[in-house]
Ligand binder design. Structure first.
Ligand SMILES: Cc1ncc(COP(=O)(O)O)c(C=O)c1O
Length: 341
């Protein structure tokens, strides 16, 4: 039986033979005890790419996001997050459980913008919680990999700064925003005090993320990571995969975006559906005529294609390293049938 075509996420990629070789050959040390040379190289490379003084390797994006919030936020205050953000929906209320922050969700628009943030600010009152941090997500997963262009991110930062609030950037897919717009990573990153980037999505590494920021906070981030249980030993094996992804897979990421556009075009005219035009590698399909995402996913699965039931009437398809043109053609044909009411 042939393997299914897996469009559920860009996290499903398997390390390539070349990536596995890079991992096998990595120079390693004990990163908790006295440092791992390959991890050091990765951290220096990420800091350079993001134009930040320091970066720290984390096992997951979730842990790096939570560490960023822990560093910037103050327990007993609020964090402003978009209502459909990863931090709100998929991090098991880590904001409350780990950082002691109450989420104030910002509504309006598929991603957070300056006007929506301003509208969410509370007037000062001794009875109301203060805020201590704002989070942005770029690209935005729930909005279908939507890019927040640099000018809008800068406006968001300025609006946050007008209240003395630092910005944390969930940049799990900041690579995609950079590839789609040509905006240097460092210009996006300059808008935020802390930036999380992930290696286990479009870059194709099996594990890993980084948090970047100023040197002082990143020294504290080392402690927070240890406290969260994220101190890793010979983690150079994992850092080697991330370095390999940066060198070899970042330059091909535009292919995922082109295939996302092709998939969207192939599915554009199916009655009862609406395809969100993709900015990057994620294609969201809204079901308008009674069909449910569970029905579509089951039909597609039976025909060898896996998709995500994003919610009852929204299906998510993600293009990635392991989807070539032949897989795309097959998936397009299967989905074109599965979406017919
Ligand atoms: C936008 C966003 N942020 C954070 C994460 C968390 O990354 P991880 O799965 O490495 O914890 C994800 C994972 O899908 C994501 O899509």
């Amino acid at each position: 039986m042939t393997a299914p075509i897996d469009l559920r996420s860009d996290t499903v990629t398997k390390p390539t033979p070349a990536m596995r070789r890079a991992m096998a050959e990595a120079e390693v040390g004990d990163d908790v005890l006295d440092g791992d040379p390959t991890v050091r190289r990765l951290e220096a490379r990420v800091a350079e790419l993001l134009g930040k003084p320091a970066a720290l390797f984390f096992p997951t994006g979730t842990m790096a996001n939570q560490a960023g919030l822990w560093l910037l936020g103050e327990p007993g205050t609020e964090v402003y997050c978009h209502d459909d953000s990863h931090i709100v929906n998929w991090e098991i209320a880590g904001t409350a459980a780990l950082a002691g922050l109450q989420v104030r969700v910002v509504r309006g628009g598929p991603v957070m913008d300056a006007d929506a943030l301003r509208a969410a600010f509370r007037p000062y009152s001794v009875h109301a919680p203060r805020a201590s941090v704002v989070c942005a997500e770029n690209t935005h997963n729930g909005a279908g990999g939507m890019v927040t262009p640099l000018a809008r991110l800068q406006a968001l930062q300025e609006t946050a700064a007008s209240k003395g609030l630092p910005l944390h950037l969930d940049g799990a897919r900041l690579w995609n925003a950079h590839v789609a717009t040509g905006t240097p990573l460092a210009e996006f990153a300059a808008c935020a005090a802390t930036v999380m980037v992930s290696f286990s999505k479009g870059l194709g590494a099996p594990v890993g993320a980084a948090l970047a920021g100023d040197a002082g906070p990143m020294r504290r981030a080392w402690e927070v990571r240890k406290r969260f249980g994220g101190g890793m030993r010979q983690s150079g094996i994992l850092a080697a995969a991330a370095l390999h992804g940066l060198e070899h897979h970042l330059p091909r990421m535009h292919e995922d975006h082109a295939r996302a556009r092709q998939l969207a075009a192939a599915l554009a005219d199916i009655p009862g559906t609406r395809v969100v035009p993709p900015d990057t590698n994620i294609v969201m399909i809204d079901l308008l005529d009674g069909l449910t995402s569970a029905q579509v996913a089951a039909r597609a699965r039976a025909a060898g294609v896996l998709v995500t039931e994003w919610h009852d009437t929204r299906v998510r398809c993600v293009l990635h390293l392991d989807i070539d043109d032949a897989a795309l053609r097959r998936a397009s044909a299967v989905l074109a049938e599965a979406l017919v009411a």
